[in-house]
Design a protein around this ligand. Structure first.
Ligand SMILES: CC(C)(COP(=O)(O)OP(=O)(O)OC[C@H]1O[C@@H](n2cnc3c(N)ncnc32)[C@H](O)[C@@H]1OP(=O)(O)O)[C@@H](O)C(=O)NCCC(=O)NCCS
Length: 300
């Protein structure tokens, strides 16, 4: 089992900085010492250890108010591609959440951009040319306020992770789960990431938000009743009432949901409609009716 730890003793800190130098500075013929900067004393440092206690990864988080920057992230070459990088990002993200950080920012090396995309970061522009000649891209990740969801927050977290991993579009759209109380479910999207040429929300993104909201509520309700199923949208109709130029939020209520899922208990598909409202700020902007089908998988 790999462990992420905070290097604390002199020996641990020496091992941490040495690995940072070996992975991130030595390849560019930079001297020992070049792996440190003036923010180290006020940053949070993380190091990953193999089951035998060998350090194989490093990462640093610097928190400045609402925002935190990930820097000095690297995995030993022979341990790459095993999921350790994602684990390190998750760990740093968790630290940031605990400190109520709203946004993670970073300058990613061009060759690591795809990795950070998979971790939910959005590319927002050019970054500095550091280490002489390496192009970087500026990337951000808005942190979902999941800690504000008291009811089933771990399920909401699980759902957000599934979307992030399984539907890459969710991260591009900046989808965030903002509310679940067992009855109603809300999610938001980043307006800037979904704008059309009129600087309002692209109609396709609005539709996508509604589809996800319905899907997400069904996933949570299946868990509530102890069932699993494969959910697909069979038909969807949306009526747009006004442009979306403020905080977009999709809201859906469970209405008769637990009851209509019951055919799954007998091994049959459940078919039903859900009404989803889409708001622009506090104004109703669209209504979506989705007909979903949940196919039985297995009982738990
Ligand atoms: C970038 C780095 C941290 C990734 O760590 P890792 O442990 O190999 O990443 P993971 O195994 O967790 O990969 C997670 C996903 O990202 C993908 N991925 C990882 N590195 C990638 C890359 N360079 N290009 C494209 N995809 C990449 C993986 O294939 C995996 O995809 P999957 O979930 O679809 O299977 C690591 O390669 C590294 O240390 N690179 C050198 C230092 C560096 O560039 N640091 C970043 C400085 S900004």
């Amino acid at each position: 089992m790999y462990r992420v730890v905070t290097p604390q003793t002199d020996a641990e800190l020496d091992a941490y900085y040495l690995l940072r130098w070996e992975l991130l500075r030595k390849p560019f013929n930079l001297p020992l010492g070049s792996e440190r900067d003036e923010y180290d004393t006020v940053s949070l440092h993380r190091m990953m250890l193999t089951p035998e206690g060998r350090p194989v990864a490093v990462g640093r988080l610097f928190i400045g108010g609402d925002e935190a920057q990930i820097r000095f992230m690297a995995i030993q070459p022979e341990f790459r591609g095993l999921g350790l990088g994602s684990l390190m990002v998750e760990d740093l993200e968790e630290l940031a959440r605990q400190e109520n950080v709203k946004r993670l920012v970073m300058n990613a090396r061009q060759e690591a951009v795809e990795f950070y995309r998979k971790c939910g970061f959005l590319e927002v522009g050019g970054g500095p040319m550091t280490l002489g000649h390496i192009p970087h891209r500026q990337m951000i990740k808005s942190l979902t306020p999941l800690q504000t969801i008291r009811y089933r927050s771990e399920w909401c977290q699980d759902l957000a992770t599934r979307w992030s991993r399984g539907i890459p579009m969710c991260d591009r759209m900046g989808i965030n789960i903002t509310h679940y109380d067992g009855q109603t479910f809300h999610l938001t999207a980043n307006l800037a990431a979904n704008q059309n040429v009129h600087d309002t929300m692209f109609a396709g993104s609005a539709y996508g938000m509604c589809v996800l909201a319905g899907w997400g509520l069904i996933w949570l309700q299946l868990k509530e009743v102890g069932l699993v199923g494969d959910t697909v949208l069979e038909e969807g109709n949306i009526r747009y009432y006004r442009q979306i130029d403020e905080y977009p939020e999709a809201r859906v209520a469970r209405e008769g949901l637990p009851a209509v899922l019951m055919p799954l208990r007998g091994g049959e598909a459940a078919r039903f409609g859900l009404a989803i409202q889409l708001y622009s700020g506090d104004k109703l902007a669209a209504e979506f009716t989705g007909h979903y089908v949940v196919q039985p998988v297995r009982k738990i």
